[in-house]
Design a protein around this ligand. Structure first.
Ligand code: A2P
Length: 264
């Protein structure tokens, strides 16, 4: 998988795969070396891919590690017959992959107005940008309470997020603050589990807030980030707007921001 002898477009660089983990038959994560010049804000995404028949094939991926980390983590679905992920799923440590030079995105703290509590609503691989944000000390400087929700089809799909959250207490930068300020709420939709149901149903019924022992969404103190499929984003956005929150952007910070989980 070496790409040494090919001329790459200026927009990408070649980076080395450090590790790969297959979590289930449907999802895997990889860690690549971070070029010294590569800067990003926690929560952003970047193009990632491979040379396929001599041409770069890239997709937008959320960076799943925080801005201070030496490496770059990504969390991906494996789409059967997907042009990129059907190949990317086979990468191994020591292989080279292509990384875009320009990270970007709206799931960043800068796009939110100051608030008290931050809800991070995710489904499936949509947890990736939040894996970055919950390991960034700035998240805890800006918000008193962070609620990370992750909804997946099956219990096995929750493992990536559960491991991430379990590791926060020993994280070198947020280990002191995260355990006291972050609440993790996982639910599944197609198996029995302690919490079941789509995040939209859990918000709409008030079940999420009752389970957490907190008041429902309020536009004064709550800020929200949403990441999942297009349908999940659209449906969750409707509920968040019904609570009076207004969408923000890098140019005009607001009460909530959305992103799509990208792959194939
Ligand atoms: P469900 O099992 O009821 O489809 P996917 O892998 O398809 O992206 O789904 C990940 C999780 O997101 C699943 O638990 C799925 O629930 C849920 N989901 C799918 N569509 C929506 C939606 N429109 N709103 C909220 N949650 C959704």
């Amino acid at each position: 998988m070496g790409v040494e002898n090919l001329v790459l477009p200026n927009s990408v660089v070649q980076v080395r795969v450090e590790s790969v983990r297959h979590w289930t038959d449907d999802v895997f994560s990889l860690r690549v070396t971070r070029p010294v010049s590569f800067r990003f804000r926690s929560g952003e995404f970047v193009m990632l891919g491979l040379l396929v028949e001599g041409r770069p094939l890239l997709r937008a991926y959320s960076i799943a590690s925080p801005a201070w980390d030496d490496g770059l983590d990504f969390y991906s679905i494996k789409v059967k017959d997907g042009p990129l992920t059907s190949r990317l799923r086979h990468v191994k440590p020591g292989d080279d992959v292509l990384l875009g030079r320009k990270p970007t995105g709206t799931l960043v703290l800068d796009a939110l107005k100051p608030g008290h509590r931050l809800f991070l609503f995710s489904t499936g691989t949509g947890i990736a940008p939040f894996a970055s944000l919950v390991r960034d000390p700035e998240t805890y400087e800006k918000f008193q309470q962070i609620v990370l929700t992750h909804t997946c089809r099956r219990v096995a799909d929750l493992e990536y997020g559960a491991k991430l959250v379990a590791g926060l207490a020993s994280d070198p930068l947020v280990g002191e603050v995260a355990p006291a300020h972050l609440t993790y709420y996982a639910s599944v939709t197609r198996e029995d589990y302690v919490h079941t149901g789509r995040i939209t149903s859990l918000i709409e019924s008030g079940r999420l807030f009752r389970d957490l022992g907190v008041a429902g969404l309020d536009s004064v103190g709550d800020r929200v980030m949403i990441c999942g499929s297009m349908a999940m984003i659209s449906d969750t956005r409707t509920l968040v707007e019904a609570a009076g929150l207004e969408e923000g952007s890098n140019a005009a910070p607001g009460d909530y921001v959305v992103e799509k989980a990208f792959a194939d």
